[in-house]
Design a protein around this ligand. Structure first.
Ligand code: PLP
Length: 415
């Protein structure tokens, strides 16, 4: 007698299907531009030299044991990661208004932040009282899943303008203005995933003005600090600016997956910035209570590696140059692709964008090419170049060895 299924089969995820197709493809020039992790110019994963050194030192240190960390994690890690994102001289840190908890990388930080909001955010003060979070259209696919799973409904706000292959700034500001006062908005701190399109500094200032006047909460997801521009401070600009306003409630999800190449080690933190030290103490206690039932205590090894890097002068300077190297390689691939399409091949640009400049203007790991789904289909099926149907490519998948081949196919389907 067959027993009833315990669960229905979920809908297949297209990115996993894409990776499976890439693996099964035997064509020698195949290229994977779907991968969400850094690759070196030989297309291989890269262990950062700073991480290698810290790892070796930890393994050699006989005093390092495998005891549990505390519920909120390794305190040297959480305090130094707060300084990394907020700045060493951050008044919020000095005034003890930042509650920092070590999490299971950026995903865990988003989840812990989501549970925290679902339990404690006062949605009853909002006109309509709806338990919602506004997320950019498009956004990292997991945002929807994470907030849905805790009973907070994700609602799209306009972000990407397909016509200009850039930011829909007026759509974004209108959404902020028309949302009920006190709404929660999720923002990508830098290197927006999947579009690579970020507001300018001037626009961040204006956005902060609206947050202030509307009493909105800014929920920052920061998965690419340093990875975007190569400058760890520069990439923290949006977050630091919002926190400097003092009147905007700010939550920050921080991941060390990309900027330290510690993907599988799951190193991250959640930082909640309160208005007073008293409020901060309550927040930290409540986060500890949630964390206890979720994971008890976070994993130690990766946090020790990052903590060592952030607190040792020579590892810190090595890491800064490692981050620059990754960002630099990605930026150079953007320039190479842009140059091939614009100057060498004179490829007709997509839509009404008028140029391929969006490739060099967008930042971070990803780029939206602005191609139509039928063009993408030809590139995948005939060119063996794997990318998602929205023409998002991971710049990390490009190398000096394959960029001409990729440009050739973009050119072919654009004519
Ligand atoms: N947030 C964004 C926007 C991301 O792109 C990612 C990873 O791709 C994450 C969060 C979380 O990644 P992780 O859980 O590996 O830190």
């Amino acid at each position: 007698l067959a027993s009833p299924p315990l669960a229905p089969t979920p809908r297949p995820r297209s990115i996993f299907a894409l990776t499976a197709r890439f693996k099964a493809d035997s064509y020698d020039k195949k290229v994977n531009l779907g991968v969400g992790a850094y690759r070196d110019n030989a297309g291989k994963p890269w262990v950062l030299p700073s991480v290698k050194k810290a790892q070796a030192a930890l393994i050699a240190d006989e005093s390092v044991d495998h005891e549990y960390l505390s519920i909120t994690g390794l305190s040297e890690f959480t305090s130094s990661s707060a300084k990394l994102i907020l700045g060493r001289d951050s008044p919020a840190i000095a005034e003890k208004r930042v509650a920092s908890v070590q999490t299971i990388s950026g995903t865990g930080a988003n989840h812990l932040g989501a549970v925290f909001l679902s339990k404690f955010y006062d949605y009853s003060k909002l006109a309509g009282g709806k338990r919602q979070i506004y997320i950019s259209n498009p956004t990292w696919a997991n945002h929807k899943a994470i907030f849905n799973s805790v009973g907070i409904t994700p609602v799209d706000y306009p972000y990407y303008d397909a016509k200009t292959v850039g930011l829909d700034y007026s759509g974004l500001t209108q959404a902020l203005q028309s949302a009920p006062n006190g709404s929660v908005f999720l923002l990508h701190a830098c290197a927006h995933n999947p579009t690579g399109v970020d507001p300018t500094r001037e626009q961040w200032h204006q956005l902060a003005d609206i947050f202030e006047s509307k009493g909105h909460l800014a929920f920052f997801d920061c998965a690419y600090q340093g990875f975007a521009s190569g400058d760890l401070d520069g990439d923290a600009y949006s977050v630091r600016h919002f926190v400097s306003r003092k009147t905007i409630p700010v939550v920050i999800c921080q991941s060390f997956a990309k900027n330290a190449g510690l993907y599988g080690e799951r190193v991250g933190a959640l930082h909640v910035v309160s208005a007073t030290q008293e409020q901060n103490d309550a927040v930290l206690s409540q986060l500890s209570v949630i964390q206890r039932s979720e994971i008890s205590n976070p994993p130690a090894f990766g946090a020790r590696v990052v903590s060592m890097i952030l607190n040792d002068a020579s590892l810190w300077s090595q890491w800064q140059s490692d981050v620059k190297e990754m960002a630099g390689r990605i930026i150079s691939m953007r320039t190479a692709l842009h140059d091939l399409l614009t100057n060498r091949l004179k490829t007709p640009p997509p839509g009404q964008s008028g140029s391929w400049d969006h490739i060099v203007k967008q930042i971070g790991m990803f780029s939206y090419l602005g191609l139509k789904p039928e063009q993408v289909k030809r590139i995948v099926d005939e060119g063996h170049i794997y990318m998602t149907g929205n023409s998002r490519i991971s710049m990390a998948g490009l190398t000096t060895g394959n960029v001409e081949y990729v440009a050739g196919w973009i050119d072919r389907v654009s004519r």
